[in-house]
Ligand binder design. Structure first.
Ligand code: 3H9
Length: 738
């Protein structure tokens, strides 16, 4: 490796002058090596682009240099365009001409792909004449997940290289391909288990001086087949079906279409036009906000001042799961797949055996589908709770029953070795009440998993007033190890997700009382982008779940009539859900709920004439006159009630920032990702507009507390609605009890 004084001078000079972030060196005398240097993922910032342009010119001008290798520092080729620059003024040389410069070079340029080649990173590699990848590298064009399309030639070069169907699939899903798949598709020329840079240098020497005529992808004709029209039609149908209103997937198909119908230069123009439309769209803004929000939640903080960077997690090698129902099984699978030794406990022999078989099946299926480790040998099954004596962390996952959970926590406190963290999987019970059953309440935290627990990405980690920062940090770290996005939330009824669901559900019930049908409400929510409307979700998760909670809260008063039937504690209440449960209509599991199904356990929801009749009768009994409710009102009342609760949660210090709420709603509650999350959406609509609508609805329905605008939204709107990243400044820090 040659790194002579002149090169050092060049690198130092340019670095001083322009803060250039591409390092140039000459290897084996004749190979110019350009190393992108922009940690952590070598994103193509203005300085990196400038660096590439300068070093390319240098490599091309040096007569000793016969070929060029482009690689990335620290084993990462390139994570694409620098997303942080998108909302700022774009400076520096644009990507497209930079890639053209590389492709047009008369010396062979080889991309050495280690780690990742994503988005603009892969587009840069496609501009090179050859690509060598490390076997662990991942390649893809994930722009669609940021509300964009590959805008540096990706939509024009990839189909020319690998054909339309494969390119369409990669571009519209944004998925990452493995190096082996990339080799099979023809994206890369060679895969190595050793250093891709060394392999690329060797390769570059071997192709020095050879003709590059057949190596410039932009000059390839796009492979054609007689069924191309059909392929595009099908792709369009598929993206329209699955996009739930997202515009980027549809636009990606249009851009790839241009690669077939237009010559390369015209295709690039079309790509640029389509890219520009997406670039300024609200959806792209929302998706890019969400990208950073998902990463920001790991930098948690609590009102007491505990923080991610000052609280150290304790290592956990062995964990236990108590209760092997649906949730316990999923948690066991997740822990074992994360490489932990797991003790799985179920008190009855028969249930234990059933659970063991189910867990084995789940492990096998996820190994087959997602390449997850089989991990059978990581799990020990036991009928005795004593088996958890030596574990580092326990996750209790029995029924949502406080008395039962309390008994278990008392037992655990006596059995476990000192220092064992005791976690409860609950969707809303008081963590502190459980902690008070133990000798070390500081070791107790909540872990609210979402079903199916081995698949769903979200984990609410709930700290009680006495949970130690170490316990919280350990639970957050555990979630990460299990492949979850963990969000730290405070202890209150329903935590963040379920607490916000309450006023949303309440509005949906009230809309039925006032004249809507479940189908109409669901349609409005699904058109907005939710995976499923509120009533379909309710049928899926079981109406009896909420009924049980309402009964425990003393809200269910069977047979009550007159005005009191629809009032609880001075507030409007709808007993509709209770009445359905009294009829044994628990949703999908009983074949009847807000919809009808062909059989118990059936999945296809059909409108139910019985339910429509029941609603009419109910309205008549309570003197309610059905009216036609427009879409806007349905949407506003459901969403704004939910958003209002979100502001209340911020005000109460239960979530540290709007990003936490948004990540919870997108990952756990089907909120459409291209709308950023409920809090981002409120900002996009305009806080003053949301406030004005809440005020209006609260005036119409004064006895619905969920519609009374909370003081934080008032404060923000009165302060000219600052951008979402500044909201934290307006949240009064609640006094901590930690
Ligand atoms: C594009 O290329 C457009 C072009 O087609 C056309 C333009 C004209 N920029 O995820 P991690 C940050 S669009 C800026 O935790 P991992 C990230 O925020 C781009 N920053 O690590 C985080 O920061 P922090 C297409 C970026 O190892 C840190 O790096 N490319 C970028 O789990 C570590 O990230 C993509 O969509 C970026 N491009 O995963 C790829 N990428 O520590 C997006 C990351 O402050 N990136 N950061 O929170 C990824 O998918 C993952 O980050 C990656 C690494 C797989 C690379």
């Amino acid at each position: 490796v040659k790194d002579d004084a002149e090169e050092k001078k060049f690198n130092n000079n340019t670095k001083d002058l322009l803060d250039i972030m591409a390092f140039y060196s000459r290897v084996s005398g004749s190979v110019g090596v350009i190393t992108l240097q922009n940690p952590p993922v070598n994103a193509l910032s203005a300085a990196v682009r400038q660096g590439i342009v300068d070093t390319m010119h240098r490599a091309l001008s040096e007569p000793e240099v016969k070929s060029v290798v482009i690689c990335g520092q620290n084993g990462k080729f390139c994570g694409g365009a620098d997303i942080r620059e998108f909302r700022a003024n774009m400076r520096g040389p644009p990507l497209v001409p930079m890639i053209h410069l590389i492709e047009a070079a008369e010396k062979p340029v080889v991309a050495a792909i280690e780690g990742v080649a994503l988005g603009g990173g892969l587009e840069l590699a496609l501009g090179c004449h050859y690509r060598i990848a490390h076997s662990k590298a991942r390649l893809g064009l994930p722009e669609v997940t940021l509300g964009l399309l590959p805008g540096a030639g990706g939509t024009q070069r990839l189909p020319r290289l690998i054909g339309v169907p494969a390119a369409l699939e990669l571009i519209t899903t944004g998925r990452h391909a493995t190096a082996a798949e990339a080799l099979q598709l023809g994206i890369v020329d060679e895969v190595t288990d050793h250093s891709a840079v060394d392999a690329a240098v060797k390769f570059a020497q071997s192709v020095a001086g050879k003709s590059l005529d057949a190596r410039r992808i932009s000059t390839y004709p796009c492979p054609r087949s007689p069924d191309l029209a059909e392929i595009f039609e099908k792709a369009m149908q598929e993206v329209r079906r699955s996009a739930r209103g997202a515009i980027a997937p549809v636009t990606c198909v249009q851009a790839v279409h241009a690669s077939v119908t237009l010559p390369y230069a015209k295709g690039m123009e079309r790509e640029r036009e389509l890219f520009s439309t997406l670039f300024t769209s609200g959806q792209a803004h929302a998706l890019q906000y969400y990208f950073f929000a998902q990463r920001a939640v790991s930098r948690w903080s609590t009102p007491s001042g505990a923080r991610w960077d000052t609280s150290k997690p304790r290592p956990v090698h062995k964990a236990a799961v108590i209760g092997l129902g649906t949730m316990g099984r999923g948690i066991t699978v997740s822990l074992a797949q994360a490489g932990l030794s797991v003790v799985a406990v179920e008190t009855q022999e028969k249930q234990l055996l059933e659970a063991k078989q189910a867990v084995s099946g789940m492990l096998e299926r996820s190994a087959k589908r997602r390449g997850a480790p089989l991990a059978h040998d990581k799990i020990k099954y036991s009928c005795s709770i004593q088996a958890v004596a030596d574990v580092d962390l326990v996750i209790e996952a029995v029924f949502e029953d406080m008395a039962l959970k309390k008994t278990i926590f008392q037992q655990l406190s006596g059995i476990c070795k000192p220092g064992t963290f005791l976690c409860t999987n609950t969707s809303g019970l008081d963590i502190d009440e459980l902690a008070s059953q133990t000798q070390s309440p500081e070791l107790v935290v909540g872990m609210h998993f979402f079903a199916p627990a081995h698949v769903m990405k979200l984990l609410e980690v709930v700290y009680g007033p006495r949970s130690s920062p170490e316990a919280l940090a350990t639970a957050m770290e555990m979630g990460k190890k299990m492949g979850k996005v963990s969000v730290a939330v405070g202890n209150c009824r329903g935590f963040v997700g379920n607490r916000m669901l309450k006023p949303y559900l309440e509005q949906a019930f009230f809309l039925l009382e006032e004249g809507a049908t479940p189908e109409q409400v669901d349609q409005v929510l699904e058109e907005f982008g939710f995976a499923m409307g509120v009533f379909k979700v309710s049928d899926l998760s079981g109406l009896d779940v909420g009924w049980k909670v309402r009964k425990a809260d003393g809200l269910v008063v069977p047979g009550s009539t007159g005005k009191s039937a629809r009032i609880r504690g001075g507030s409007r209440y709808s007993p509709l859900g209770d009445l359905l449960c009294e009829q044994g209509r628990f949703g999908q599991k009983t074949g009847r709920g807000w919809y009808q199904y062909d059989k118990p356990g059936g999945r296809v929801a059909k409108p139910d004439p019985w339910l429509h009749g029941f609603l009419e009768e109910y309205r008549a009994r309570h003197g309610l006159v059905a009216r036609r409710i427009d879409h806007q009102e349905m949407l506003e009342r459901c969403l704004y009630a939910l958003i209002n609760e979100g502001f209340q949660i911020l005000q109460d210090g239960i979530a540290a920032g709007p990003e936490d709420i948004d990540v919870i709603y997108v990952l756990g509650y089907g909120w459409p990702r291209h709308r950023g999350g409920p809090m981002f959406y409120a900002g996009l609509v305009g806080l003053d507009k949301v406030l004005e609508r809440l005020e209006h609805y609260h005036q119409v329905y004064p006895n619905v507390s969920g519609l009374k605008p909370c003081s934080l939204i008032r404060k923000l709107a009165a302060s000219s609605s600052p951008p979402i990243h500044r909201w934290r400044e307006f949240i009064q820090k609640p006094r901590s009890q930690l």
